[in-house]
Design a protein around this ligand. Sequence first.
Ligand code: NI
Length: 228
Amino acid sequence: MLVRIPNVLTAEQVRHCRDVMARAAWVDGRVTAGHQSTQVKRNLQLPEGTPEARELGDMVLTALNRNPLFMSAVLPKKIFPPLFNRYDAEGEMNFGSHVDNAIRTMPGTGVRVRTDVSSTLFLSSPEEYDGGELVVEDTYGTHSVKLPAGDMIVYPGTSLHHVTKVTRGSRVASFFWTESMIGDVTRRGMMFDLDMSIIRLNADHPEHPSVITLTSLYHNLLRQWAET
Ligand code: NI
């Protein structure tokens, strides 16, 4: 299940990110890559834990915590501090096919995060670069994703994915992983569909008695399945 989450950041926040990123020092993206992905990863990253990465990461986390669609689609338990990457046409940067590491340790805390859900928050607008599509293979086929700046895609951490070569301009993005209260991707998808259906039913027929029944069902399923 891929879910597009529009307007995670405002245009103003995107501009601020871009200003900070333009002044920052970048390092080789392989610093956070696992053994297999090291072979195929060619991009740049803001070093973890620098003041710039921390400030921007906190801004993204605050925005996520206020985003009902993210909450519903991901049911987050722990969010890994957001990272930031860049793919330049110069150097023909790309990231070949890989699966993200299953477990990530939060820097400084030793807290482990199981990477149930991967997220990419686009910070360049599509007109600024060619190539640089995020391509995700899931059980329903192959999806090519390139979104407006400020929009985000979330997809299962179990998916094979890659970023195609940037052939013009630069693509900057934030990316991170989330451990969900519901680790199972099928259950998580059903909870999301149920929640969205309740929201639509409640909008169209607020007096309908099934709103209460379905809402109870949602919470009782969450009680059955959630790890908190
Ligand atoms: Ni990845």
